[in-house]
Design a protein around this ligand. Structure first.
Ligand code: GLA
Length: 384
């Protein structure tokens, strides 16, 4: 992203003068999928690409929203921050609504967003917009809220204002990411640890299936409801608030309570995935990348067979990836139903990987994929 060009664009839109620039990354989750809203552990990191926001305060109460990524622009007054807008502005508006709920009234401002995260690819472009708005408005309003509070407000904006019942993982990784580290996050308590991403001789390659996540939001909410039902059924015999309070063993002893096969498999995924996260954190700390790769594979297979959130595009890309020598593991990342995979690939094999997986995927699925070698960056912040 060229900041000078972006600034010129801002001046063209709103006129010359002082302005501030903020950035929030996208995220990739290495393992721990669909466990955040089940009180489990996740293991994501912030990417080096993300969303930029240029902001200038105004004397009046008009808020101008504009983005380089979407045609839709709008101007509203500070009293018009209301649900119902279906366009991208619902994300930053949702954040401003959260500030208002905490007593920090919205202010007149000129905003220009610009992102280089592919939209709808499961790398959290929307959470990135939320966090960049949060960090920027926190400064403008002199609210002095700490970064974790901004993370929670961004999630709440998505839940209450946008209507997607997401967990905390994306906003947390984007708000709290640390360059070249992975966050080992307990999604129940928000206690976390940062683990150096020691990838001696290996790279994380993100593969975008370019399958848009069509029904993702409704399917996502359906999975959440299935997990809640599983908790309710188990809770009759043993008090639990979240599925991730169980481990593989305790789950074995209680699974007879889940008579419906679908609910049983959903719960099995969640419990086993949480266990895999512990093992993966341990493996990465010890530099056991082969073990890490096997856990990535097992994670994908469980998301495919038991949680049923993969689909032909993600499965094909993962299958093709695993055929390449020097790939230690490959899995979907994010919510699923399309979007991206992440694979652990030996340095020397990256070029072959991209070429071969790309061609084979295209031949089988008919879509042109994209690949990015992941660079792990910092969380949301003001750029000097
Ligand atoms: C989406 C949600 C997250 C998380 C993942 C699945 O990215 O926003 O909260 O649930 O799906 O792990």
């Amino acid at each position: 992203m060229n900041i000078e060009t972006l600034k010129k664009q801002f001046f063209n839109l709103y006129g010359e003068g002082d302005c501030k620039i903020y950035f929030a990354p996208g995220r990739v989750n290495l393992i721990g999928e669909h466990v955040d809203y089940n009180g489990g552990y996740v293991f994501p990191c912030a990417l080096s690409f993300g969303t930029y926001l240029i902001l200038r305060e105004r004397e009046d109460d008009s808020i101008f929203f504009s983005s380089e990524n979407f045609e839709y622009k709008t101007r509203i007054s500070t009293s018009e921050i209301k649900k119902g807008n279906k366009e991208w502005v619902k994300y930053p508006m949702g954040v401003l609504d959260q500030f208002q709920k905490r007593g920090f009234k919205a202010k007149g401002m000129e905003l220009l967003f610009s992102g280089n995260i592919p939209n709808g690819a499961g790398l959290s472009s929307s959470a990135s917009v939320e966090l960049v708005m949060s960090v920027a408005f926190n400064e403008l309003a002199e609210a002095n809220l700490d970064q974790i509070e901004l993370v929670k407000m961004s999630q709440k904006a998505e839940n209450d204002f946008v209507g997607v019942n997401c967990g905390i993982m994306d906003q947390f990784a984007i708000g709290m990411g640390v360059k070249n580290h992975v966050l080992a996050l307990n999604c129940d308590t928000l206690a976390y640890d940062i683990v150096p991403l020691k990838m001696d001789g290996y790279k994380l390659v993100i593969g975008n299936t370019n399958k848009q996540r069509g029904l993702a939001d409704s399917k996502y909410n359906e999975r959440r409801a299935e997990c809640e039902l599983a908790v309710e059924l188990i809770d009759r015999e043993q008090k639990i608030d979240f599925l991730c309070e169980l481990n593989n063993e305790t789950f074995e002893n209680l699974k007879h309570l889940l008579k419906n096969d679908v609910i049983l498999r959903r719960a099995k995924h969640v419990v086993s995935e949480n266990q895999r996260v512990f093992e993966a954190i341990d493996a990465l700390k010890k530099g056991e990348l082969e073990e890490f790769g096997l856990l990535m594979n097992a994670s994908h297979d469980s998301l495919r067979d038991d949680y049923e959130v993969t689909g032909v595009e993600l499965d094909t890309m993962v299958e093709e990836a695993r055929k390449i020598d020097d790939v230690l593991g490959s899995r979907m990342t994010g919510a699923g139903f399309g979007g991206c995979t992440v694979s652990l690939v030996k340095d020397e094999a990256v070029a072959t990987f991209i070429k071969t997986v790309g061609e084979n995927y295209k031949n089988r699925v008919g879509l042109e994929p994209d690949f990015y070698v992941a660079e792990i960056g910092d969380g949301a912040k003001r750029l000097e």
